[in-house]
Design a protein around this ligand. Structure first.
Ligand SMILES: [Zn+2]
Length: 85
C-alpha cells in the first residue's frame, strides 16, 4: 500500500494537570518548535535537557509535535553513562 506522506499538523494534546517530567511543548515559545524532555525543578519551573526553562503552566502534552534533537542527544549520553546516582 502506497500513500503520499503529508507532514502531520502540529497538535498539542492539551495542558498537563500535574506535570513532573516527560516530553512537553512550551506553547508560549515560538510556534515552529518541537517537544522537549522537561523535568520539574520547582513549584512552577521546569527545565528541558537542552537547558530550556519554562513555567510548568506553559507546558502542554507533546501531541504530534516532533521531538527536540538536542534533548534526544543529551538523553542518549545519559543512558550511555548509566543511571544517575
Ligand atoms: Zn530540547
Amino acid at each position: 500500500m502506497t500513500q503520499t506522506q503529508k507532514p502531520a499538523p502540529r497538535i498539542s494534546s492539551g495542558p498537563f494537570e500535574h506535570f513532573l517530567k516527560g516530553w512537553a511543548v512550551n506553547l508560549m515559545a515560538d510556534p515552529g518548535q518541537s517537544a522537549h524532555w522537561f523535568s520539574r525543578g520547582g513549584a512552577d519551573a521546569a527545565r528541558a535537557l537542552c537547558s530550556q526553562d519554562a513555567p510548568v503552566r506553559w507546558l502542554y502534552g507533546p501531541g504530534n509535535y516532533g521531538r527536540c534533537q538536542n534533548c534526544i542527544k543529551v538523553m542518549k549520553r545519559r543512558i550511555e553513562r548509566g543511571p544517575p546516582l
